[in-house]
Design a protein around this ligand. Structure first.
Ligand SMILES: [Cu+2]
Length: 216
């Protein structure tokens, strides 16, 4: 679960664990308080309930503590959103097109693949669109997901620091063969990536121009 494969993976995992941690502590505190009050103020000990009229310090405490916790969680979420949204200059542009039931990935010279080949250590910008219904481009190891919506382009970026391949899925149920949209993202070092790109360009009769030297 916790393999760091993109610049956001560690941050998003930390945010997730912080929120789960805070929620667990609050749950535990509430349960302990509840059990304590149930026993302490049980009917046999306290046959006549007393009405309590306000308590300013207590009210300030239970307003300020949750406010600080929630603002903290909001801030972590906002920072993560910024990391995901701000696309670095010079990222390698790739177009991802969704349709029932396949992803296709188009490179700057028109090479089209159904597996997403990317250079490692380099920012990659994906423009996502759909030809039919709503789909969603999801790369769990990178902790990113973006919807593919007809008539609208969405952007996503990532950079991976490993030579590896990871799962790509459609995360928006799009019909009977939704699961056919599983594919892979393959990250290669710059030499392997360029030689793959060159071979793919030749095979699909496209003009080859190195992607990496052009964009960096
Ligand atoms: Cu789909």
């Amino acid at each position: 679960m916790f393999q760091s494969a993109s610049p956001f993976a560690d941050y998003i995992d930390a945010t997730f664990l912080t929120i789960v941690g805070i929620s667990s502590l609050v749950l535990l505190g509430l349960l302990i308080a509840m059990v304590y009050f149930v026993i302490r103020y049980r009917r046999s000990k306290n046959p006549h309930p007393t009405n309590i009229e306000g308590n300013i310090p207590l009210e300030i405490t239970w307003t300020v503590i949750p406010l600080v916790l929630f603002m903290g969680m909001f801030w972590m979420g906002w920072e993560g959103y910024r990391k995901i949204s701000i696309i670095p200059e010079g990222a390698v542009p790739i177009k991802a097109t969704a349709r029932m039931w396949q992803w296709t990935f188009e490179y700057p010279n028109g090479v089209v693949m159904d597996t997403l080949y990317v250079p490692a250590y380099t920012p990659v910008k994906i423009t996502i669109r759909s030809l039919d219904v709503n789909h969603s481009l999801y790369i769990p190891a990178f902790r990113i997901k973006k919807d593919a919506i007809p008539n609208k382009e969405n952007l996503m970026w990532f950079k991976t620091s490993k030579i590896a391949s990871y799962d790509v899925a459609c995360a928006e149920y799009c019909g009977l063969r939704h699961s056919y949209m599983y594919t892979k993202v393959v990250s290669q070092d710059s030499t392997d990536f360029e030689s793959w790109y060159k071979a793919a360009s030749l095979k699909q009769s496209k003009v080859y121009q190195p992607i990496l030297s052009k964009t960096q």
